[in-house]
Design a protein around this ligand. Structure first.
Ligand SMILES: NC(=O)c1ccc[n+]([C@@H]2O[C@H](COP(=O)([O-])OP(=O)(O)OC[C@H]3O[C@@H](n4cnc5c(N)ncnc54)[C@H](O)[C@@H]3O)[C@@H](O)[C@H]2O)c1
Length: 313
């Protein structure tokens, strides 16, 4: 059975990227834009990006078959007809996005799910003033850029979002090959940009204070932190860096990291309770008896990726 279409609102950079992701996964896609020129640009952009993906062996069929699943529209009613999900990809302005939700709540079927690609706007702001019945169907679905290469997507509910909406949207994303992370509640910047922001804030301070220049910060990430983070996150990194895992790492490093935070005016020490909570999560995923094997696995992954990184630098 052919699945119901995904309607994408806005055929800019992220709209086209979502179109590639969903169409490549077998979904019919209808792209809508107010600007006919943007649609034309989007169509050319999609062809070019798909060709590159195909050359890299990342499209499992001829690109024409993927392109054939995508329609391009300037009529919102045609674009929204029958849609299971409306993925809003318009510029980062709350008034504009809210108006799009009003427009597509009316144009799409009554059970259509409504997701915003917003990078940082809290979903409760997006649904402010909207009917409860519409607000219940709205989440933020914040992708990495581009979502067909970075599979994480943050699903962020407002307090007015129905739980069934969160579950259904996450399922649609999972079916398209994404790995949804559902936030328990909304927070400005979500998780992706808060983590990115923490690194960027410190990077700016280091440049401001003349410790290193911008490219030297990038070198530390390119040749160090980023290589590890491409296979494991910061918690698993700490867990694998010290024999004994997170608890041992915190015992060794917590005071030093607390001083670095305080120097920047941030007072969020890793309290014993907090460390115990993270340690318990890590031990559930990786019992300490398997720790050495996992360290060897990490090193094997780094070895496999080293030729790629060396070729890129
Ligand atoms: N670019 C990124 O790296 C990135 C990453 C994640 C999330 N996002 C978010 O995705 C959203 C879109 O970003 P982008 O970079 O694709 O923007 P963009 O400027 O490339 O594209 C926006 C498109 O929306 C169209 N548009 C404007 N008003 C419209 C309306 N009322 N109805 C339909 N279409 C309309 C424009 O014509 C344009 O084609 C933003 O909220 C952004 O924060 C962007």
């Amino acid at each position: 059975m052919i699945p119901r279409p995904i309607a994408i609102v806005g055929s800019g950079s992220i709209g086209v990227a979502f179109a590639i992701l969903f169409a490549r996964s077998g979904r019919p896609v209808r792209l809508y834009d107010v600007d006919e020129n943007a649609l034309e640009r989007g169509r050319a952009d999609m062809g070019a990006r798909l060709a590159l993906l195909s050359d890299a062996g990342l499209v499992g069929e001829p690109t024409d078959a993927v392109l054939a699943r995508v329609e391009w529209h300037t009529d919102p009613h045609v674009a929204a007809a029958d849609a299971e999900l409306v993925q809003e990809c318009t510029p980062e302005r709350v008034d504009l996005k809210r108006a799009v939700f009003v427009q597509f709540a009316a144009a799409a079927p009554e059970d259509a799910l409504l997701a915003s690609s917003s990078s940082a706007i809290a979903p409760s702001m997006l649904v402010d003033g909207l009917d409860d019945a519409v607000a219940a169907r709205v989440v933020v679905g914040h992708p990495g850029n581009p979502p067909y290469l970075l599979p994480v997507i943050e699903v962020v509910p407002s307090p007015r979002t129905a739980r069934s909406t969160v579950k259904a949207v996450a399922e649609i994303y999972r079916d398209a090959g994404l790995r949804p992370v559902v936030l328990r509640r909304e927070i400005e910047g979500f998780v992706f940009n808060r983590l990115q922001g923490a690194v960027l804030r410190e990077a700016y301070c280091l440049v401001r204070d003349g410790i290193v220049d911008a490219d030297e910060v990038d070198e530390v990430v390119r040749s160090g932190l980023g290589r590890r983070w491409s296979i494991i996150g910061p918690f698993e990194t700490s867990d694998l860096n010290v024999r004994g895992g997170i608890a041992a790492h915190a015992e060794r490093m917590a005071d030093s990291y607390a001083r670095m935070g305080a120097e920047r005016g941030q007072h969020d020490p890793w309290t014993p309770d907090l460390v115990a909570r993270v340690a318990s999560e890590r031990r559930a995923r990786l019992p300490l008896v398997e720790w050495e094997d996992r360290v060897r696995w990490r090193d094997a992954r780094l070895m496999a990726l080293t030729p790629l990184w060396d070729a890129a630098s």
